[in-house]
Design a binder for this molecule. Sequence first.
Ligand SMILES: [Zn+2]
Ligand SMILES: [Zn+2]
Length: 222
Amino acid sequence: MATQTPSATADTPEISDLPDRTEAALTEVMSVLDDIGLARGAPDLYLVVSSSGSTYLVDTRKGTCECPDDEYRDITCKHKRRVAFATGERPIPGWIQRAQLDDNFGEYVDGDVRFLTTDGGVAQARFDDGEVIDPEEDPLAVHNNDEPRTRRAKREEMDVSFLAKPGRYEVHSASDSVYEVDVLAKTCSCPDTVERCKHFRRVDIEIRAGLVPRPDGKLPDA
Ligand SMILES: [Zn+2]
Ligand SMILES: [Zn+2]
């Protein structure tokens, strides 16, 4: 007599379904609108406009979508998935290539798209005019080959401000300490004895990214 394993067989189709719809949710041209039409003033409601021009109402509180895929099948449709990614509720998985993401990602929606980094962490992505800043282009995104000190320089809460020219910056750390970095002399007033401490690295990163004035005191765009 054969032993039945009902739970395994019941779960399998759903699981094997997942990657396709997730990929569709990430790569297909869709717009998520969170404050228009039926979704206006309703924080749980989103309108998802597909590339074919169809519009579906997604209710994140009830977990429903108006599309046939969701209505007649017991799955999480691509529209609901897209809303979760666009609002940052779900981080974008590491296996999808940034270039494959739909260009409309995050447009019209308040929220921070999050990316799962390959080392298992989550990188916060920022929006610029509705476009997601690729973590590869975000100066503070942590990369796999970053040294531990560079990781800390990027991850830790630090506030860098220009102090005096040439090349002197003040770094307020999360612990409320204030250190002075001199980028020309390559020094920092912190107790760390290595040549390039995390404060120095952070200042260096912010100068290159144009987030603080250059060592000569000129503003990034001047
Ligand atoms: Zn749907
Ligand atoms: Zn330092």
